[in-house]
Design a protein around this ligand. Sequence first.
Ligand code: GDP
Ligand code: IMO
Ligand code: MG
Length: 437
Amino acid sequence: MQNQHTAVLGMQWGDEGKGKIVDHLAHDHQVIVRYQGGTNAGHTVVVGKKKFPLHLIPSGILYPEKTCVIGDGVVVNPLVLAEELEALDKRVGKRATLLIGSKAQLIMPWHIVRDGITGKKIGTTGRGIGPTYTDATARVGIRVMDLASKLRFSTMVAQYAVYNRELIEGLLRYYQIKPTAAEKTKIEQALTVDDIVRKYTDAWEKLKAFGIAAVDTSQTLDEADRAGKRILYEGAQATLLDITHGDYPFVTSSHPTVGGLFIGSGFRPRELTVIGVLKAYATRVGEGPFPTELTNRTGEILRERGHEYGTTTGRPRRCGWLDLVVGEYAVRINGVDGIAMTKLDILSGMKKLQLALAYRKGKVVMTRYPADQAVLEKVESQYVNMNGWRDDMTNKARAFSDLPKAAQKYVELVEEYLTVPVKYIGVGPGREELVRR
Ligand code: GDP
Ligand code: IMO
Ligand code: MG
């Protein structure tokens, strides 16, 4: 009998509430693994009055007896990780053990500069994610293991700083950007070898002092599996942001979809339950298609009630109705076994609700998410109308039967349309504010 492992991943465009669900499921898992993405992620865990925004650290970190792993598929900025861990350790007495994959790629200062130039039209988070994955694929990346020897690390930094100077100058010419004096200074800093080597090795020493170790995570996960432990995979970003299966080019540069977890963790396929996190409405940060977007007052209401501002960049999130064309796509691509529907409480008090079940372009009705951006831009969503509900659920509802009847109907419609059970329902940001079925 194989151990039952679990994956939690986003079914829309990110910020579905993956952090909260991972924190909940971490209870009965022993190892929690991030497998892709990097500091672009912002996962929030709320315990009592305390809010923990996590970027690189897996959302199981608050349980002292667990092991958290930053897998080889994650792109790591050691400066940000050291800051994040320091801030966390000041707030919590004990936390989980944290390990990093030695094969994980490092986000370097020049990646952040390049992202600032090439990421504008996508509306990236500006954290250097795309350029780091680009360099990994082009085989000119620096990895966590390279930090182990200062000589090896500084030789690589010196070599790639030259390469990146050429690249950045070329990009500035191509995009016809004339940097200001302040921007020029920033670029120079991002290419200054001694400075980078000092900052990165200092951060690495700091991380080691915090008890972080670079390991072969495939071995860690293999040993955990053999010892009968359960692994919880924590996806960052979401299905529609997948580099291959998302709204290319308005995507991130990794694989948030289920396939990404095998590569990014280095652990072989095993018995796996996939929990897809689906917000009760839809949001998107950055550019790209969004067929159910509400650019009116209703969209503003959703943004204000749902506090829809980015955890990482603070940008206002675009808001819209729940889109089950997107939902069907995410179920199909990831093999979702159960849905965690979050933020249902945010819809309380809305008189009428709408859910998209199809798109229409001219006379053509589509129930499958189209891959072509030119088509997506022109589609009109076809909605079903639902009655809203008034009652508060955050403080009252802990069982499905506690939910207002109209809210139950909303959940059941999603289940029926997607033919996947909704196993968890978020009724508030806090750890306990969850309905389990
Ligand atoms: P993630 O990136 O998928 O982990 O999601 P974020 O943390 O970026 O955004 C989700 C936000 O909604 C966070 O502020 C959470 O604390 C909050 N949240 C999660 N689930 C619920 C819920 O069921 N109800 C409410 N009101 N807030 C929630
Ligand atoms: P979590 O894990 C929402 C979006 C950016 C941009 C695109 C590419 O918190 O759900 P990138 O910096 O990755 O190259 O940006 O992807 N994006 C996210 N949107 N939640 C995230 O993470 C995101 N990470 C990236 O806004 O549109
Ligand atoms: Mg987020």
